[in-house]
Design a protein around this ligand. Sequence first.
Ligand code: MG
Length: 367
Amino acid sequence: MIIRSVEVRRQSIPLHQPFKTALRTVTHAESILIFIHTDDGRVGFGEAPATIVITGDSLDSIQSAIVHTFTPILIGKSVLAYEQILHAIHYSMINSSSAKAAVDMAIYDLISQHCGLPLYQFLGGYRDQLETDYTVSVNAPKEMGEDAIRYVKAGFNVLKVKVGKGNVAEDLLRIKEIRSCVGAEVKIRIDANQGWQVKEAIHSIRRMEDMGLNIELVEQPVKASDIEGLKMVTDAVETPIMADESVFSPAQAFEVLKRRAADLINIKLMKAGGIYKAQIINHMAEECGVECMVGSMIESRIAVTAAAHLAAAKKNITRYDFDAPLLLRNDIIEGGVRYVGRVMTFPATPGLGITNAAIGEKVGIEL
Ligand code: MG
C-alpha cells in the first residue's frame, strides 16, 4: 500500500445563510481537498477549510504546505507504517494544523480501508450513531429567537448559540429570547468565541444562572491565550465551561487540564492537526475526568465525516457539533456520514466510506 500520487483541489460552496460569530461572518465554505492515491488503487480523502482568524490557515497556505512540504514526504511511503507518516507530517513544520488534518484524515481513510473496517470501528467503535446540535448565528435577539424556533421545528433539540458580539447586556437578551421561544426542553449551549472580558463572562453567566435560563455549557468565554482568565471564569460559576480556541495541541490541553482551567474541551481536527493528535487530547482529558466535544469549522461532508468517525469511536467524546454540512447549499460527495435530521449514521463500507468527491477546481501538481 504505497502512496503513488497526491491530488489537490479547491472548492467553494455557498451557505444557505451567513454564519455569524463574534470572530467572523462566513458566506461560502472554502476548502482544499486532498486525494491520496496508492498503488493498490485506493484513494484516501481529506479536506481543510481556510479558517484564518482561528487557525491562521488560508487556502494558499494549506495548498502550499500540502504541495511543497507534505507531498514529498508522502510519495513512496507505505500506509501500513502510518505512525511514521503522521509523525513526519507533524514534525516537518510548525502550525499549519488544517493542512496536517487534511493529510491525516486521508491516511486514516486508507489504513482503515486496508483493514476492512469503517474508520469509527478502526478507532474504537464505541457507538454507531450521533446526534448533532445546530448553530444559531449571532444577530439581533428577535431574529435569533425566530431562527431557534425554525431549527427546533426541523427536529434539532440542542442549540449552539453564538454570542460575544456587541455588549454583554444584549447577549443576555439574546439567550432570554431564545429560551422563551423554544421552551424548557431544548438544550442550549453558548459559544462566546472569546468575545467577553473575564469579569463580563462571570457576571453574565451568573445572571443566566439567576434567571434560570438553564445553560448546558459556555464555550470559550475569554481570549484563547488567557488560560488564567478561563480558569477564573470556570472557578466562579456553576455552569460548565468549555475550552475551544484555547486548545489546539496536546500541550495546550495538558496546560488546561493541569490547571483545571475548563470543565470540558472542544476538539476539532483543524486545530489538532487531525485524528492522530486529537486522540491524544481526548485520552489525556479522559484520564483527568474531562469530557470532550468534537466540532468542526465550516467544512463540507468530507472533513466532518472524518471528525464524526472519531467522535463515534470514543467513549469520552460525549457532545457533537456537526451541523456545518447542513449549512451548505450543495453537497459534493457520495458516501460518508449520513444525516436524517439531527441523527448521523455511518456507511458500513471501510474507511471514511466516501466513494467520490465530484466538485473542486484542480490546482497544484499531481506527482
Ligand atoms: Mg467554539
